[in-house]
Write a protein that binds this ligand. Structure first.
Ligand SMILES: [Zn+2]
Length: 223
């Protein structure tokens, strides 16, 4: 689905995955639940009529399975490099254990990882706050996970927020409590993001927010 000429949303992956179309290459933000890599490749080849090998960078907003599920397979199929934050990269490469603040979330996470036989993902590029990755400014937005990041496209005024927040019935909603580590910290991260001029907000699980983004975020922060 086309959001703008240069940003497309790939549906049906149990997580919104965004393809950014640059002239010389493609960038994918988040990858969806495991076993869906073919959908991404089909979108690139059949909908966009471009080559899968044009996908050069895969950026992961945070370590949750629905965002990172096809990263390894897509890397194998396209040769793309995987970029993510240091903290969540350490979780995905198995160096540290993921943290949740509810036992039920830890339990559900373990079951999913086992069910999908999920393997480690090693970052090729480690992202820090204020880094530039291609055209995006990396903004460290912890709370949902320790290493959650948002990505700001200054040229197009688009903010990719992962699971930092979403939008429901015309209102901004926070990251889902059940799977979030620290809601207070999450709110501080939303405040951080609110300082940017945003025309379009693209999140992990809501429809695109195409107008009044800054005002909606302000309303959320006031409530
Ligand atoms: Zn998440």
């Amino acid at each position: 689905m086309k959001i703008t000429n240069e940003v497309h949303l790939i549906d049906g992956l149990n997580c919104n995955c965004y393809l950014v179309l640059l002239k010389s290459e493609l960038i994918l933000i988040d990858t969806g639940m495991p076993n869906n890599e073919k959908k991404v490749i089909d979108y690139i080849e059949k909908v966009l009529n471009r080559k899968a090998t044009e996908l050069k960078t895969i950026i992961i907003t945070h370590h949750h399975l629905d965002h990172v599920g096809n990263a390894n397979e897509l890397k194998k199929l396209t040769g793309a490099k995987i970029a993510m934050s240091e903290k969540d990269g350490m979780v995905l490469s198995g160096k540290i254990k993921p943290k949740f603040n509810r036992n039920l979330a830890t339990f559900v996470y373990k079951i999913f990882m086992k069910f999908f036989g999920f393997k480690k993902v090693n970052p090729d590029i480690v992202l820090k706050n204020a880094d530039m990755v291609k055209e995006f400014e990396v903004i460290s937005t912890p709370g949902h996970t320790e290493g959650s990041i948002s990505l700001y496209d200054k040229k197009r005024k688009i903010m990719f927020v992962g699971d930092l927040m979403g939008c429901k019935n015309g209102k901004i909603i926070s990251a889902p409590k059940m799977f979030s580590l620290d809601m207070e910290e999450n709110k501080k991260s939303i405040e951080k993001v609110s300082k940017y001029k945003i025309n379009i907000m693209l999140s992990g699980h809501s429809d695109p927010v195409l107008k009044d983004v800054n005002k909606l975020i302000e309303d959320y922060l006031k409530s």
